[in-house]
Structure formats: C-alpha cells, structure tokens
Ligand binder design. Structure first.
Ligand code: KG4
Ligand code: ZN
Length: 364
C-alpha cells in the first residue's frame, strides 16, 4: 500500500491502476458448449469451444435433445479447462456471465443452471447475457490474444454510432447502436435467417452440414453469374427475406434433375452465395450511409464468409470491423465480453433468473 502511494506521488500524471475485472463466460444456446475468461472486457485469457457439429451432421441440422444431452456431458470439463488455461480460480473472478437467450430452451437451461450452481457456491454475481448482444460485443475482443490487460491491445475499440449486421444460423438483424448497450432494430429477416438459408440450400445441392462453410468451399470453383437468382430488396425497408431465393434454387435443382443433368454444384453454390451477399452488403451499406455510422460491424456465424467479408470491405462508406473467424461463430469470450459491459453498468441477476428462448435484442 505504501509502495503504491509513493509511486503515485512520484508520477502524479499517471492514473491509479484500476484492478482488473475478470469474468467467466458460459455459452450453450445451440450446438456449441463454450467457456472463456475475459479480463476488462477485451482481453481473452482463455476461450474453449466444444463443437457438436459432427454429432448433428448425421441429422443435417441441430437435433435439440441431442444438443442438450451433449451440453450436460461437456459443460463442466470445458469450464475447468477455461479456468486452467487462464491460470485462475473461481475465487479470483468478479462475475459469471451466461447466455440467457435467444436459443434452444433445453440447451440454454444447461448453461444457466451450471452458472447458477457456480454463482451459488462461490458467491459471485450472476449476469444473464443476450446472445445477439454478445455477437455484437465480439467486436470489442482483442485479437490475437495477449497474456493480460497490461500488454498492448492491438484491436481498436469500435466507434459509435455503429451499424451492426448480425448474421447467424438463427438471426439476421440490422441494428443501429448509438452507444454501449443501446440498440435500435432497423430490420430483421421476415423468414429464414441467412445462416439457415446457407444450411438449407447446402442440403438441396448435396453439400454437408453446416452449409455455410460447405457452400463457401464449393463456390471457390464456381461462376457466381451462372444462375441469376432473385435478390429480395424489399424497397423502403431494412428487412430481409431469403425464402424466395431458397425456392428459386430448389426450382433450378428440380429442373436440372428432370433433365437428368448432373448438378453444377459449384455454380449453384457461387450464384446463391452471391445473391445473399449482395443483399446483406447492399442494405448494410445504405443503412450506414443514411445513419452516418462511424463504423460497421458484421458479426455472427455467417460473418465468417469470405465473399461477404470482401464485398463489405470494398463497398462500405466507413471503417468495417469483422471479428476473426474464431470469434464469428458461437464462443464464450463474447458472452464474457458483453457480461463485462453489463457488469460495469451495474447489472446483477437473481438466482431465480429463467431462460428467455425468444429474447429480442431490443428488450435487453
Ligand atoms: O453464430 P453461429 O455460430 O450460431 C448461431 O448463433 O446461429 O452461426 C452458425 C451459422 C450456420 O448457419 C453456418 O452455416 C453459418 O453460421 N456459417 C457460415 C460460414 N461459417 C458458418 N455461413 C456462410 N459462410 C461461412 N463461412
Ligand atoms: Zn450465435
């Protein structure tokens, strides 16, 4: 204590170092069981993800009951690994943040009950996090990871006002974010989410689940202009629609099959991907122009898509931040990061907190 005071008096211009805030994040909303420790909202001390992709591939999509049972098997080992890798004990944490929704009810319950047990046993505060808000906050995480918050953080902090496009397997939302923790929904999908469309179209053209990475790979050898699939611009609206596009691919596939022709998988994949990317990028760019955004964020599983990343970078009227691939798909570092901003804003949730499987971002 005396040392600290004497150091301060020698260099009065330096602010007193704030103690680091360390949050354990837990994610189990869909088919990834994940745990992470994040310091001061930006520094990833550990991030562990146990994917169930192989387990669900045989069903061509996520099988909810199988997902819940697998979360039960994996959740404690994954939390233990995250704490071990961060060289931290429960007693050195400041709070436990857990995904409260949206997501599969049975999967959310596993994460939330585990978090409650840990909070009860350790006396740490519990924070319920919205999964969509966490995808947005993945843009605040520093990458590549550094050892602790005294190291230089290289990823610049996003600047407000922000236009964020959340594109995942369950959601496609265009959001205006004037400041931390404030959201105005500009538009959302009227039918399929973008990731869902990738998954369904992949199945139609005989590609493996999950469809996004399969379609991206197949597209590499394809011509994106071979098929002119429809773009649902839905004029005067920020909403999206992908079901017409999916039906157009289905019709083309049926036509080719009736003619006994081999499916030109690469061209179908590339043309479909181009149609999705055109609409996602076109609407995001227009929203950023209209709202004079200082920055665009593209987050969620589909933001891993290379064609989308290149197109938005080429067309945006302002800087674009897209997290590295490992932070685009579901992970717990983003839960801990959003949990940090919730924690510092004073949020504490009771042990009676329930899951919210349909929790809109605008109601956080
Ligand atoms: O965010 P996420 O991991 O889980 C949800 O919250 O839904 O997103 C998963 C979705 C899946 O639909 C998957 O096909 C899609 O993200 N995805 C991609 C790519 N990687 C994952 N879509 C297009 N291109 C990719 N490279
Ligand atoms: Zn997600």
């Amino acid at each position: 204590m005396i040392d600290e005071l004497s150091k301060t008096s020698q260099s009065p211009e330096r602010p007193l170092a704030q103690p680091a805030i360390r949050i354990l994040g837990i994610e189990s909303s869909c088919d990834e069981t994940a745990a992470a420790v994040v310091e001061n909202g930006r520094v990833i001390l550990s991030s562990m993800v146990a994917s169930q992709v192989d387990l669900h591939a045989q069903f061509g999509g996520v099988f909810p009951e199988v997902a819940s049972r697998q979360h039960i098997r994996t959740i404690y080992p994954i939390i233990e690994s995250a704490l071990q890798q961060a060289h931290i004990g429960l007693g050195e944490l400041d709070a436990i943040a857990v995904t409260r929704g949206p997501g599969l009810p049975g999967s959310l319950v596993i994460g939330i009950n585990t978090a409650k047990g840990l909070a009860l046993g350790s006396g740490l505060p519990l924070i319920g996090v919205n999964h969509l808000e966490a995808h947005i906050y993945s843009a605040w995480l520093n990458w590549p990871p550094v050892s602790d918050s005294t190291a230089t953080i290289t990823t610049p902090e996003p600047r407000f006002p922000i236009v964020a496009l959340i594109v995942s397997g369950g959601h496609t939302e265009l959001v205006f974010m004037p400041d931390h923790l404030h959201y105005q929904r500009l538009g959302a999908t009227l039918d399929d989410a973008a990731g869902e469309a990738f998954d369904k179209v992949a199945r139609l053209i005989g590609l493996a689940y999950p469809g996004g990475p399969s379609i991206q790979k197949a597209s590499e050898g394809g011509n994106p202009r071979q098929f002119s699939f429809p773009r649902a611009w839905l004029e005067d609206s920020w909403s999206f629609s992908f079901s017409g596009l999916k039906t157009a691919v289905l019709r083309e596939v049926r036509k080719l099959q009736e003619q006994n022709r081999e499916l030109p998988v690469a061209d179908l994949a590339a043309s479909f991907q181009a149609a999705v990317v055109d609409v996602l990028v076109g609407k995001t760019v227009r929203a950023a122009q209209k709202l004079e955004a200082a920055e665009i964020l593209i987050v969620g599983g589909v933001s891993a898509n290379q064609a989308l990343r290149e197109a938005i970078q080429a067309q945006a009227p302002c800087p674009v931040h897209i997290p590295p691939i490992l932070l685009c798909t579901d992970n717990a570092a983003m839960i801990a990061c959003a949990g940090h901003y919730r924690y510092t804003s004073g949020q504490r949730d009771p042990l009676s907190m329930d899951v919210l499987p349909n929790w809109p971002l605008t109601e956080v």
